[in-house]
Design a protein around this ligand. Structure first.
Ligand SMILES: *[C@@H]1O[C@H](CO)[C@@H](O)[C@H](O)[C@H]1NC(C)=O
Ligand SMILES: *[C@@H]1O[C@H](CO)[C@@H](O)[C@H](O)[C@H]1NC(C)=O
Length: 170
């Protein structure tokens, strides 16, 4: 059974001025990294796929308190249920639909994120993703004493292909 991932990555990099996302200790002096590159890494033998994220390095500007690493936060964004009433033959019929909520760059999902900690000499991370699940990624730099603000988030979802749906592998 062949398992083919669609390469179409729904990549909506929501750039905005909203860097003021909630962090434990926001510090204006430490800039937010810029998540700029996303690559899909497929492993058909294992029926798995992953995302490689790359961001720009951050310099703390303070030799006494250099950046010692990055925290990549990953949220799974859940679909929300909406009831839609449609008129059918003069009657309103309720239909429940599930869809992703409208994404905004300054909204942090309520679910708690998975946090990957990466040493400062690296500016990439790989995170395994499931097909047809929406993820929100954001990254921040930290020093021994402080944590910088989160980058603007990026949303990613791998759409299943027709073949995936037919073979029931999704
Ligand atoms: C499949 O995944 C397992 C565990 O993650 C790994 O040990 C194995 O090498 C992978 N197989 C292939 C063919 O990549
Ligand atoms: C970063 O440093 C660690 C430990 O010193 C080392 O194992 C790793 O290969 C380094 N990564 C890069 C990209 O240089």
């Amino acid at each position: 059974m062949e398992f083919i991932y669609l390469l179409s990555v729904c990549l909506c990099a929501l750039m905005s001025m909203c860097q003021s996302l909630a962090v434990d200790k926001p510090n204006a002096d430490l800039p937010a990294p810029n998540l700029w590159k996303f690559e899909s890494i497929d492993d058909p033998a294992n029926k798995s796929t992953a995302q490689r994220l790359t961001w720009t390095a951050v310099d703390s500007g303070d030799e006494q308190d250099p950046v010692i690493g990055y925290k990549v936060k990953v949220w799974e964004v859940n679909k929300v249920k909406t009831i839609v009433y449609k008129s059918q033959g003069g009657k309103f019929v309720a239909t429940e639909i599930e869809e992703y909520p409208r994404m905004s760059s300054n909204v942090i999902p309520e679910s708690s994120p998975t946090v990957l900690v990466v040493p400062s000499n690296e500016t990439t991370a790989v995170y395994p993703v499931k097909v047809d699940v929406m993820y929100q990624f954001a990254v921040l730099a930290f020093t021994k004493t402080r944590e910088g603000p989160l980058s603007s988030p990026t949303h990613i979802r791998l759409h299943p292909t027709e073949d995936d749906l037919k073979s029931g592998s999704v």
